[in-house]
Design a protein around this ligand. Sequence first.
Ligand SMILES: [Zn+2]
Length: 235
Amino acid sequence: MAEAIKGLAAIRKHQQEQKEKAEARDRPKAEWFKWPKGVNVATALFLQELDESATGFKADRGLGFIQVEHQAPGPDGYKRRANCTLESEGECYACERHSQDYKEGWRQRQNLYINAMVDFGQGEGPKPVVIQRNANSSFVQALIEEAVEENTITSTNYRITKVGEGTTTQWLLKGLKDKFEDAKVEVFDLEETAIRQVPYEKQSEYYGAVYSGGAESSGGGSGGNTGSAAVDAEW
Ligand SMILES: [Zn+2]
């Protein structure tokens, strides 16, 4: 038998958690680029350009983009990632926390999000995924350079090679000659599935669900995550 939930505060907290879990369930989910164990080479066809002026730009596919974000500090912090709202709302809980203690782990992060068809060479063929990568990484810099020089990143496949381990991991990018058939592929809506906008007044609670350290411990809650297990500490 499940434990009883007694008292109005506990009941309301429980109801809020149930509501958040339902919302997390109903949210459309992306498939994420994730290296299978032991695999260091992938073939990728980017499905989005980085600029509308690119020769391969398709309005129905939209653009890959860089998002300024935060995530909660701590080992479970990646479960609560959200857009920085300093510009859109004029205030941002994570930025406030960062200015109180810049060592706590609330810093802004810049991540690239882009749809691609990726084949890890394991016989499954290419499948659509969302790639998330630190915008300051050598990989993203190389992709931006490619977009500037070629005025497209969607006309041929690329080889992505992973070198190094842990936080020193780098992804190398090399243009190939062939191209996956992508006419019928649909992209994931990045706004809906990859990033998350949390209103300022809800941010303390949102991040607090997985992190209760620091001066303003808000604790509580256990449900939901952003659906991404990606780590952006890798370069
Ligand atoms: Zn911020």
